[in-house]
Design a protein around this ligand. Structure first.
Ligand code: ADP
Length: 477
């Protein structure tokens, strides 16, 4: 399999999520934007995701492509249809099986997952493989993402294909491995176990031609027992065929100069207009924090990984600094309850939106002064990258992609673009917030910091080129 350096590649990107069709978090952002960036580099890119009920009901122009493909996997539920739509220069395929994907949620509800998720995504992975056998798309590369599609390389070993594609498996979060009962191993025909259970992610790590994750720092971190979640030795064994490639931002969607989800557009030379966005969000939230006081934003899943316990603990101190706080997220009801209690304790100073709301996420990015990301660990993180573009200064825990992207403004002066804390404690987090708030009220350095942040470029182009290098190195092996 020799790949000519300039020959466009045929890439099939398999994922559980791809925006704008299906998104619950960063995987959806990447599934929507990396394929687009690869296509912009001249490659022939297709995406395949499940045909969720929410996709079916959203009114996209999706048409049947291949009808009734069978495969001997799970008896009476083994039939699927393939639908297709053109999305810019991408072809997006949807695997339809109403038993598995005709439900309301993508994975379940915010605080619980469907008990048969292993079967649902095992079925999807098998269906993607069977689809290749029947439709002969003949991709050079099949790029699978996270545990949901991690067993595709395993299935491909025995698939009847005209041409064997190279395979890349990307770990977007090693904490979600698709670890499940051995019963699924029998049903799905995948004999890959870790710690007495079937493990989807381990199959991707062992059987893909190459493996990567979504930042350089996290690539180092998951080779350690601290953050490898039990898979560290298998990851470390991949040697040179494992790498870290930072995610990018789709500035077509996340740029305050053109964002049509925010009330007032602005750029670094019209920063005064950002205040309009702040006023809008203050009005929408009912917060009474004045425009001369910092507004702090948080957007993310309410789970322990995102450091929401540290945020809840730091809130009293944040309020003492005179700031207002707006939180958007759904997840664990314990944290939603903690933030609701803070809302009652500090009326007009703290506001929680316990929902998934894309347009509100953009408005919070635009209207806040400071963005909080106290994640315990963070494979890449996208909101710190979006925040930079919106001149909303990130305060982050120095971990994974947060550490790769943010340079501390106090430590590095003129190079700084945010604030970082090292110890994962509420006290350290609060002390970084305090430094940010002092800078905000300080001697005029804040405006320069905002401009520097807005000038940072984390567009996909560079990262997409790194992916192409990995694809070519797979094909050249
Ligand atoms: P994750 O670990 O959840 O994938 P990332 O930082 O990589 O975290 O990406 C999260 C993405 O999901 C961002 O685009 C963020 O704006 C979005 N997001 C998370 N929670 C919400 C929510 N409640 N409403 C709207 N967007 C959200």
């Amino acid at each position: 399999m020799i790949s000519n350096k300039n020959k466009p590649l045929k890439i099939l990107f398999a994922s559980a999520e791809a925006a704008p069709f299906a998104k619950t978090g960063g995987l959806g952002d990447v599934g929507g934007s990396l394929p687009k960036a690869l296509a912009e580099l001249g490659h022939d890119v297709s995406v395949v995701i499940p045909y969720y009920r929410s996709v079916r009901d959203a009114g996209h122009d999706i048409r049947p492509a291949v009808l009734r493909v069978y495969h001997p996997l799970t008896g009476w539920t083994s039939r699927f249809n393939v639908h297709m739509t053109a999305f810019g220069s991408l072809k997006v395929y949807f695997i339809e099986n109403s038993w598995y994907f005709g439900r309301r949620g993508i994975y379940g509800q915010p605080s619980w997952g469907y008990p048969d998720n292993a079967l649902r995504f095992g079925f999807f992975s098998k269906a993607v493989t069977a689809f290749q056998e029947s439709a002969a798309l003949d991709p050079d590369i099949i790029h699978s993402n996270d545990w949901h599609t991690a067993i595709i390389p395993y299935y491909l070993r025995n698939a009847r294909l005209r041409k064997r594609p190279g395979t890349l498996f990307t770990i977007h979060n090693a904490a979600y491995q698709g670890s499940c009962s051995r019963i699924f191993s029998k049903i799905l025909g995948v004999k890959v176990e870790a710690y007495g259970k079937m493990n989807f992610m381990k199959a991707g790590i062992l059987y893909a031609d190459a493996v990567n994750t979504v930042s350089k720092k996290y690539a180092e971190e998951i080779k350690t027992s601290e953050l490898g979640c039990g898979l560290e030795t298998f990851i470390a064994k991949r040697g040179d065929s494992f790498s870290g490639i930072l995610n990018g931002a789709d500035y077509g969607k996340w740029d305050p100069a053109t964002d049509n989800l925010i009330g007032t557009n602005y750029c670094s030379s019209t920063l005064e207009k950002k205040t309009e966005c702040k006023k809008e969000i203050l009005c929408h939230t009912g917060l009474v924090t004045g425009t001369d006081k910092p507004l702090l934003g948080f957007i993310g899943r309410l789970v322990i990984q995102k450091g929401v316990d540290k945020l809840a603990e730091a809130l009293d101190g944040i309020i003492k600094l005179g700031a207002g706080v707006v939180i958007l997220g759904e997840g664990d009801i314990r944290y939603a309850a903690a933030f609701k209690a803070a809302e009652a304790r500090y009326p007009g100073r703290v506001k929680l939106f316990n929902e998934f709301n894309e347009s509100l996420a953009h408005r919070i990015e635009a209207g806040s002064d400071i963005f909080l990301m106290p994640s315990m660990f963070e494979p890449c993180g996208l909101n710190q990258i979006y925040s930079l573009k919106y001149g909303t200064i990130p305060v982050v825990h120095a971990t994974g992609g947060l550490d790769d992207v943010i340079i501390d403004a106090d430590d590095e002066g003129e190079n700084g673009n945010g604030f970082k804390f090292g110890l994962f404690t509420a006290a350290d987090f609060l002390s970084a917030i305090t430094r940010a708030v002092h800078k905000y009220h300080g001697d005029g350095a804040w405006r320069g910091l905002m401009k520097r942040a807005m000038a940072c470029d984390f567009s996909w182009d560079r990262s997409a080129r790194e992916y192409v290098e990995v694809y070519r190195s797979i094909l050249n092996k």
